[in-house]
Design a protein around this ligand. Structure first.
Ligand code: PHE
Length: 348
């Protein structure tokens, strides 16, 4: 074949291939046809053999056209394959198959649950003061929830925190749902020597159930143990904390109280954030709102944790996250947090 004959051949083959491929209705036939042109022993290969017989300067010219021919056939093949696949998809949909190519429904933007938002705000305030975050299990051993915290077995102090004991677990009868986050104090001191500065957020369980109490709620524990830590540090930390949370002029007061694991112990009140201390319905006209329990760590707790107490002191406190969130957001009933009602949740 000379140059011109070869060119005519190439054009004719492009035409023929396009016409043939675009009519094939089955994928197998389509693949076969493609291979008949482009396969290792295909028609295009035969033409390339002819190409080799041309003089070099003509060879380059036809070489380009040969490549265009290959592209044209490959293109016709792809286009027809797409058409067949599209047709198969439409047929499947017509028979009721799910359309996997539809875009997903997407999630609307959200600020997160109000309780979690407040918890994160509280954690951020303590982190900024240098506290690390520690955690412990919700299914807790009596040893950590009570015994090491200076609640002896059968002592009436346990009545204050009656709880849900669980069926003997792997042969153990001392497993309960923790009543507070204070066991994380013990777990932390068993692992680390002073100085210790941690907060421990988490879920706890009690048998309380009313407008402001739920049998399952959240606490944040705080523990700071070091040489020379005093009640002044406790008061300073708490003052800074409530002022970051409720505003720079918010006052606190400490009232003597009792916890087995702190001595002395104090209930901490904040000046009522609704009436500024003048007295209103929320604060029962006292001007103060109770927000947490606190105290200096009892030496018996250090003993239970194997601490050498020489010169070591510390404070601890535990606050209820729901309580703080209700005050901060003006929420009257604790149930609203758990109802999953979008009319409530979407306000935050
Ligand atoms: N664990 C106590 C409670 O849940 C609160 C508390 C924590 C008191 C730490 C003193 C020190 O009631």
């Amino acid at each position: 074949m000379n140059l011109n004959e070869l060119k005519v051949k190439l054009d004719a083959m492009a035409e023929e291939a396009r016409a043939e491929l675009s009519t094939l209705e089955r994928q197998d036939d389509l693949v076969q046809a493609r291979n008949r042109y482009l396969g290792r022993k295909g028609l295009v290969k035969d033409l390339s053999a002819e190409l080799g017989k041309l003089p070099p300067e003509e060879r380059r010219l036809v070489g380009q056209e040969l490549n265009q021919l290959k592209d044209a056939i490959e293109g016709a093949y792809d286009a027809q394959l797409k058409r067949l696949e599209e047709r198969a998809r439409e047929a499947a949909l017509a028979q009721g198959a799910a359309d996997l190519t539809l875009p997903g429904r997407g999630l609307p933007p959200s600020g997160g649950h109000p309780l979690i938002q407040i918890e994160e705000e509280l954690i951020a305030i303590f982190r900024a003061m240098g506290f690390d975050v520690a955690t412990g299990p919700e299914l807790e051993a009596d040893l950590y929830n009570f015994e090491s915290l200076n609640f002896p077995a059968d002592h009436p102090a346990r009545d204050m925190q009656d709880t849900f004991f669980v069926e003997p677990l792997q042969g153990r009868e001392d497993i309960l749902l923790r009543t507070h986050t204070s066991p994380v104090q013990v777990r932390t001191m068993l692992k680390f020597k002073p100085p210790v500065r941690i907060i421990a957020p988490g879920v706890v369980y009690r048998h309380d159930d009313d407008q402001t109490h739920s049998p399952m709620f959240r606490q944040i524990e705080c523990l700071h143990v070091d040489r020379g830590v005093t009640m002044a540090h406790l008061k300073g930390t708490l003052t800074h904390f409530v002022q970051r949370l409720f505003g720079p002029s918010t006052a606190i007061r400490l009232r003597p109280s009792f916890f087995p694991f702190t001595e002395p112990s104090a209930e901490v009140d904040v000046q009522c954030i609704f009436c500024g201390g003048d007295g209103c319905r929320v604060c029962s006209h006292s001007g103060w709102l109770e927000i947490l329990g606190s105290g200096m760590v009892d030496p018996n707790v250090y003993r239970a944790c194997g601490y050498d107490m020489d010169g070591i002191t510390g404070y601890a406190f535990g606050l209820g996250v729901e309580r703080v969130a209700m005050l901060k957001l003006g929420i009257p009933n604790i149930r609203l947090f758990y109802g999953n009602d979008l009319r409530f949740l979407s306000q935050y």
